[in-house]
Design a protein around this ligand. Structure first.
Ligand code: DX5
Ligand code: ZN
Length: 217
């Protein structure tokens, strides 16, 4: 299986010190920075957009893992790619032509991720698995940090990992929502290898929290 990587979500950061905190994450050993873009339509909240991604690019050379929680993501993909996204993840529920959206991400030079909400069946991914780099199995309903992980989502992670192994696919499986120091090993055992975590990294000392996660991998 692929290496386990930590992808702290800056949704829970102090926005007044965003650059400094992203730098701290990188220095503490996080390999990815998870960037939650929310449009107030696909999800109930608005977070931040392109200028923030552009600005943060100068603070770190770590992988920018951009999670687009927006309706009709094709409208924004080329701009986020140009702003410095390395991975662009779209929701299967947000686009009418998922195959076209995935191809657009790849054409823009980014790794392509597809996210599915808790209630969405894994079957939507079946024909696309050869063409995506990562699947994001949401472990909460998207829109807010600090929620509690929905247990049945881990069954989906297990099923997906088993299915990928059967097909000989070495895919990144990302999980997002409610991941803590207490449950992260269970999540990895289920088959996830890209671990998003927001509140558990940003409440308290960021460096200590990152180190503690890395020790548990
Ligand atoms: C939720 C976002 C998450 C969120 C995770 O819609 O996609 O990335 O920031 O936050 P925690 O780890 O606090 O659940
Ligand atoms: Zn996210």
């Amino acid at each position: 299986m692929r290496d386990v990587v930590l992808a702290p979500s800056i949704l829970s950061a102090d926005f007044g010190k965003l650059g400094e905190q992203v730098k701290e994450l990188s220095q503490a050993g996080a390999s990815y920075v998870h960037i939650d873009v929310m449009d107030g339509a696909f999800v109930p909240t608005i977070s931040f957009g392109l200028p923030v991604v552009k600005t943060l690019r100068s603070w770190t050379d770590k992988v920018f893992d951009v999670h687009l929680m927006v309706e009709e993501p094709d409208r924004f993909i080329p701009d986020y790619a140009a702003a410095g996204a390395d991975i662009l993840t779209v929701h299967a529920e947000s686009t009418r032509h998922l195959d076209r959206t995935v191809r657009l991400i790849r054409d823009c030079g980014c790794r392509a991720g597809v996210a599915i909400n808790p209630a969405t069946n894994l079957q939507v991914l079946e024909y696309l698995l050869d063409d995506v780099d990562m699947v994001l199995v949401m472990t909460v309903n998207p829109g807010f940090g600090g929620q509690v992980l929905i247990p049945y989502c881990l069954d989906k992670v297990k099923k997906l990992r088993q299915y990928c192994e059967k097909r000989g696919l070495d895919l990144d499986i990302e999980v997002d929502g409610g991941i803590t120091h207490e449950n992260v090993q269970k999540v990895i055992a289920a088959g996830a290898n890209v671990i998003v975590t927001g509140s558990a990294v940003f409440s308290g000392n960021i460096t200590d929290n990152v180190h503690q996660f890395l020790k548990l991998f």
